[in-house]
Ligand binder design. Structure first.
Ligand SMILES: *Cc1c(COP(=O)(O)O)cnc(C)c1O
Length: 335
């Protein structure tokens, strides 16, 4: 199957700094006596940094092909996805409307500060209403634009839908090319699961190209069961772009619970201490909401003789970004 000739690839807008580097985690490799590498998708850009821009390349491509002039999306107040969308919109001369979840007025900081600097128009919803009604709210925004003779394009949370998932389908091909250059074959790829599109794309790349890698996801909200269903649904949407009714099987999906902690975007002192220790030993900053929790989860699996990585030798962790989320949590670190 040659997907590169598909219209999703022809519409794709190149925005991210690719390919991103793959580096060895020296101390971590020594500690666990395995080869453990990290792919620096935190370096896909500055304003655009993180995993969302890979998905947005395809989603915005679709938006432009439909004649849209305004991107509409949603997320938490410190959403990396919303910030990347605001940056891409500004760069491409599109309008951007963000629906952000918040319960109290927040200080301009981190991603939220950047949303404002990048000129996004922001709508605020209390968290309960956000959870229940964000889709209707975004549809109303699009209808409002239509009355003004404009055209909105709605991107769901995290761009984790069929079209967005092509981003990490493509990233898997990038990894395969880099394996040849580095002279290694990764038997296992590990990533954080927040809305499922990153994991879904990696898993689809693995399946479609018969790579036989183990793809391990560590969820930082909800449950493994929830995301297994979500990702299966996303994969069905992905295949629909290929005029196929196929989907990932539940057996293709390996999500490991146990890393949510106090809840989405909340931290325990132990999680932040891990992030601090990792920064000192590897010289790499993780983020508190996603990759900090997931890397800690990966350590736990590596320490456990029965863990999901017990048979893995060459492991690649995807650093999906999120660094601006560190700053609003400055007071929670013990420094
Ligand atoms: C959104 C996000 C994730 C989760 O990716 P999904 O594709 O939504 O599962 C992981 N890390 C960071 C830094 C993110 O912003």
């Amino acid at each position: 199957m040659n997907l590169e000739e598909n219209k999703v690839f022809q519409n794709r807008v190149l925005l991210a700094n690719l390919p991103t580097k793959i580096e060895m985690l020296k101390k971590t490799s020594e500690k666990f006596n395995k080869k453990i590498y990290i792919k620096r998708d935190d370096q896909t850009g500055t304003e655009l940094s993180g995993n969302k821009i890979r998905k947005l390349e395809f989603a915005i491509g679709e938006a432009l092909s439909q004649g849209a002039d305004t991107l509409i999306t949603c997320g938490g107040i410190q959403s990396n996805h919303c910030r990347a969308t605001a940056a891409a919109a500004a760069k491409l001369g599109l309008q951007c409307q963000l629906v952000l979840s918040r319960d109290e007025k927040s200080f301009y900081d981190g991603n939220y500060l950047m949303d404002l600097l990048l000129g996004a128009q922001i709508h605020y919803l209390p968290s309960k209403e956000f959870a229940d009604n964000r889709t209707y709210f975004m549809e109303d925004l699009a209808k409002g634009l239509e009355k003004e003779g404009k055209k909105g394009y709605i991107i769901p949370v995290g761009a984790s839908n069929g079209i967005g998932t092509f981003g990490y389908y493509q990233a898997m091909q990038e990894i395969v090319n880099q394996e040849k250059q580095i002279g290694i074959t990764f038997d296992t790829v590990v990533c954080t699961v927040g809305s499922g599109g990153t994991y879904g794309g990696l898993c689809l790349g693995n399946k479609i190209h018969h790579l036989s890698k183990k793809i391990v996801g560590l969820n930082i909200s909800a449950s493994a069961e929830h995301f297994t269903n979500e990702i299966q649904g996303i994969s069905r949407e992905f295949y629909s772009y290929l005029d196929s009714q196929d989907s990932l099987d539940k057996e293709d999906i390996c999500i490991v619970d146990g890393n949510v902690g106090r809840g989405y975007a909340l931290n325990t002192p132990e999680e932040l201490a891990f992030l601090h220790e990792f920064a000192k030993t590897e010289g790499i900053l993780l983020d508190p909401v996603y990759t900090g929790k997931a890397m800690r989860g990966m350590y736990r699996e590596l320490e456990d003789p029965q863990g999901v990585l017990k048979d893995s030798q060459n492991v690649l962790f995807i650093h999906t970004g999120g660094l601006y989320g560190l700053f609003p949590k400055r007071h929670q670190f013990e420094l």
